[in-house]
Design a protein around this ligand. Structure first.
Ligand code: IPM
Ligand code: MG
Length: 357
């Protein structure tokens, strides 16, 4: 029997509510499967910890996380702590410190959820966006001079390295190859940005030779928004820079009917460090404590975690249960339902127990 050591960091807002739901589903899956168990350690880091200790996590936080097989993360953000502190104090040091360079964002229309696009339903939109997660526009490179004066300048330099682009491209081609359609779209803005973006195109062409069975094409990011909206079926796997994929993944979530169900995985493909799994939605203070947070994004990212840990069967079983439950209309108010977090969670756990896939 395998035991996976999971570090749970529920953190802020609805984070603790959705992580509790996710852990309940994971435990139900482990019991149903019988081949593995999860050994969960909770970390109370986040904005409340910051108010007590002046830091979002202890200075040796990443050392404490290193021995785990995966990190299950809730949300960060508090109304009374500046965003750059919550973000740069907890989530980003984990992503960057553990070189989780592949950010993987699957999007599809779940049964029972309506896309804002006419005549587009489940099956018509099934994408995975691979976001470069370690450099590019999020390198933090730049500065300000002559603050407050008329001649003030600010620079925000995007950094692209051959190593960084090659490894994300290889990850994306491999992922595309593993999906039935074997189709990859490489997004850049290499008409206007003629240095780093042209290098992306060149490296894409180089890496593509290692994957002769993957069909691939290139899109400029502006035209990509149109293709996503008007021809969603023409896309499958998508790779883009840190900022482009940030923007496109919000659009993807909206086109699939709700950002509230969107998951993300921050992956170290070389498995030197634990990877981190989280819902995209954030801390949602307006509904914190009301028991109506949507747990679906957390279930979906738990499925990504199981996949990464080497439990694809359990991952499929979890997503199948989620789709059965959403298909029956058992959902939280944010996506038009009347159920609360616990009712959705209980229904998903029941479907897991009854599952025979
Ligand atoms: C996301 C979010 C973050 C990002 C914010 C909170 C900094 O929008 O995960 O997509 O841009 O990376
Ligand atoms: Mg975003």
């Amino acid at each position: 029997m395998k035991t996976y050591k999971i570090a749970a960091i529920p953190a802020d807002g609805i984070g603790p509510e959705v992580i509790a739901a996710g852990l309940q589903a994971l435990e139900t899956l482990a019991r149903r499967d019988g081949g593995f168990t999860v050994d969960v350690t909770h970390f109370d880091w986040g904005s409340d910890y910051y108010k007590k200790h002046g830091e979002m996590m202890p200075a040796n936080g990443t050392d404490q996380l290193k021995p785990f097989d995966a990190i299950f993360f809730g949300a960060v953000g508090a109304p009374d702590v500046p965003d750059h502190i919550t973000l740069w104090g907890l989530r980003l040091p984990i992503c960057q410190g553990f070189d989780q360079y592949a950010n993987v964002r699957p999007t599809k229309i779940l049964p029972g959820i309506k896309s804002p696009l006419e005549n587009v339903g489940p099956g018509d939109l099934d994408w995975v966006i691979v976001r470069e997660n370690s450099e590019g526009e999020y390198s933090g490179h730049g500065g300000r001079a002559h603050r407050g004066l008329p001649e003030e300048v600010g620079t925000e330099v995007a950094i692209f390295t051959r190593v960084g682009v090659t490894r994300i491209m290889r990850y994306a081609f491999k992922l595309a190859q593993s999906r039935p359609r074997k189709l990859l779209t490489v997004v850049t803005k290499s008409n206007a940005q003629r240095h780093g973006m042209v290098m992306w195109d060149e490296i894409a062409a180089e890496v593509s030779r290692e994957f002769p069975d993957v069909k691939w094409d290139k899109m400029l990011v502006d035209a990509m928004t149109v293709r996503m909206t008007l021809k969603p079926k023409s896309l499958d796997t998508i790779v883009a820079t840190n900022l482009h994929a940030d923007i496109l993944s919000d659009l993807a979530g909206a086109l699939a009917g709700s950002l509230g169900v969107a998951p993300t995985a921050n992956i170290d493909p070389e498995r030197r460090y634990p990877s981190m799994f989280e819902p995209i939605h954030g801390s949602a203070f307006d509904i914190t404590g009301k028991g109506i947070a949507n747990p679906v994004a957390t279930f979906w990212t738990a499925a990504q975690m199981l996949e990464h840990l080497g439990e694809p069967q359990a991952a499929r079983r979890l997503m199948d249960a989620v789709e059965q439950v959403s298909g029956k209309g058992i959902m939280t108010p944010d996506i038009g339902g009347t159920a609360n977090t616990q009712e959705v969670t209980d229904a998903v756990c029941e479907a897991i127990r009854a599952s025979n896939i």
